[in-house]
Write a protein that binds this ligand. Structure first.
Ligand code: SF4
Ligand code: SF4
Length: 482
């Protein structure tokens, strides 16, 4: 203790472990968890309310452990400032890195029901002028960069293989001249993978292809159809099977209210075709895009919030399936469940854009096609528009007191910035699913105590009720009094 003035962490949540005289206390900032008895919980509560963290040191070594886990902090430490500093480091601390998403076209040969893009024909295909402007931009930006990550995007980018080839060759040459390491990937619907397009991808070192397959044909073929309504599952799967030796295919599975129960069967099917060893699988949750006029997305009404609890068992089952974990590198699934906003997001870093076919610039693929979110044009003499880009680079979530007061704040950090800006910070404010979060924690706690915990009941240790995401949790007073 060394006479140092101490305080209690501001983002601690307690959970009563049902049918036990045990409680778990989670520090959301450090993700550390401790299990305590009722007496210790009372001590915690007292220490927080009376601002007497020293009282916890009476319990011997425990105090030191609590300090190491960030439950107790030096008085001058501000968790808010730590989060802010990390955000700034993520944003401006890697000037040698840049990310460019290039969409050679808005067009697509498919018409998926949940597609968030408006395939307006006149927005069309990337002109020579825009392609030259991209190279000019890279020529001026590459000096000083060490790593440049490229994502070929659309619409369906493989509708324009010649543009990819021409631009890709020039990027490769420039990168070699400036000694910049490049990483390439492509997001494609997979229908246009053929000997010719795959040889272009290989020449350009675009060796990662994300292809969406929404589980079994009966589900996929209702969601992902060609423009004439014909099914795409067989074609896509045949292409994956044929080319997964040449490029690393990451199969993205969009879960919906109707298909999530078929996930196991789909994985078995991949295994029976010997694909599991050769591809990556990632899960996402299909969502409705605002402004779309379809009324039902495979079980979701467009104007309703998605009930994420539908997928909890599917997602968490994955995480706990050891066999599956080994096969599918299932750590990735964690990102679906636990917020990862502390990770670097290209929307918040300088020199990184999504370039549309007209040269228009966005800060994120989620904003692609939305004229309201354009931050400049690569054809303009001075781009991006500083005022528009500052909405992203200058965004400071620590100014939002609803978020900073929320117990989930150090993990969530305000959720997805683009979604927040697009919804003016109101609708879909919280990305965190508290029930999902609790389920993940419950599994961890079950492993710690070696017993099943049917349910976790969150309780607030602070003198007033606090939010945990969208859920208001009650102050502990009534909860622990005997
Ligand atoms: S393949 Fe992609 S871009 Fe094309 S319609 Fe489907 S979701 Fe939209
Ligand atoms: S859960 Fe919601 S209120 Fe809490 S920090 Fe995230 S966005 Fe803000």
């Amino acid at each position: 203790m060394d006479g140092q003035a101490l305080k209690m962490g501001n983002y601690l949540v307690a959970y009563r472990l049902a049918d036990k005289e045990q409680y778990a206390i989670e520090n959301i900032t450090t993700r550390q968890v401790i299990i305590v008895n009722r007496m210790m919980l009372e001590k915690f509560r007292h220490a927080i309310r009376e601002n007497e963290p020293d009282s916890l040191f009476e319990s011997g070594k425990l105090g030191e452990g609590l300090q190491a886990g960030g439950f107790i902090l030096p008085q001058q430490t501000s968790e808010l400032e730590i989060v802010r500093m990390e955000e700034m480091q993520n944003r401006f601390g890697h000037p040698e890195y840049m990310e460019l998403w290039i969409a050679p076209t808005y067009n697509c040969n498919m018409a998926c029901v949940y597609c968030g893009q408006h395939h307006v024909a006149e927005k069309g295909v990337m002109s020579e002028e825009v392609q030259e402007a991209i190279i000019k931009y890279l020529r001026s930006t590459f000096p000083g960069k060490k790593i440049a990550s490229f994502c070929w995007y659309g619409g369906e980018p493989l509708l324009e293989p010649e543009i990819i080839l021409k631009l890709g060759r020039q990027i490769k040459k420039l990168a070699e001249e400036h000694d910049v390491e490049t990483w390439h990937r492509i997001i494609t619907n997979g229908t246009l993978l053929n000997d010719s397009t795959v040889s272009i991808l290989r020449e350009l070192n675009i060796l990662h292809a994300q292809v969406t397959v929404d589980t079994l044909p009966q589900h996929h073929n209702r969601l992902r159809v060609f423009k004439d309504g014909s099914p795409s599952w067989e074609i896509i799967m045949a292409n994956i099977e044929k080319y997964c030796h040449d490029i690393l295919v990451k199969v993205r599975v969009n879960l919906t209210a109707r298909n999530h129960e078929c996930l196991d069967e789909f994985l078995e099917l991949l295994e029976s075709r010997n694909l599991l060893e050769r591809i990556d699988v990632s899960l996402a949750i299909a969502s409705c895009f605002e402004g779309f006029d379809y009324v039902d997305l495979d079980g979701f009404a467009a104007d309703q919030e998605i009930d994420y609890s539908l997928f909890e068992d599917t997602l968490i089952g994955f995480m706990n399936d050891k066999e599956m974990k080994e096969k599918l590198h299932a750590e990735k699934f964690r990102s679906v469940i636990i917020p990862t906003n502390f990770m670097q997001c290209a929307a918040k870093i300088p020199d990184s854009f999504v370039v549309g076919p007209r040269g228009e610039l966005y800060k994120c693929a989620l904003a692609f096609g939305d004229d309201q979110e354009i931050v400049g044009n690569i054809l303009a003499s001075d781009f991006p528009d500083k005022a528009l880009e500052s909405r992203y680079l200058g965004f400071d979530i620590s100014q939002d007191s609803v978020c900073t007061d929320c117990l989930a704040y150090p993990a969530c950090r305000g959720g997805c910035l683009v979604s927040r800006l697009k919804s003016q910070g109101l609708r879909n404010r919280c990305f965190i699913s508290v029930p999902r979060w609790e389920k993940v924690l419950r599994i961890r706690l079950e492993q710690m105590i070696g017993a099943r915990i049917p349910k976790l009941n969150p309780i607030c240790l602070y003198p007033r009720d606090r939010r945990l995401g969208t859920v208001m949790i009650q102050s502990v007073a009534d909860e622990v009094s005997c």
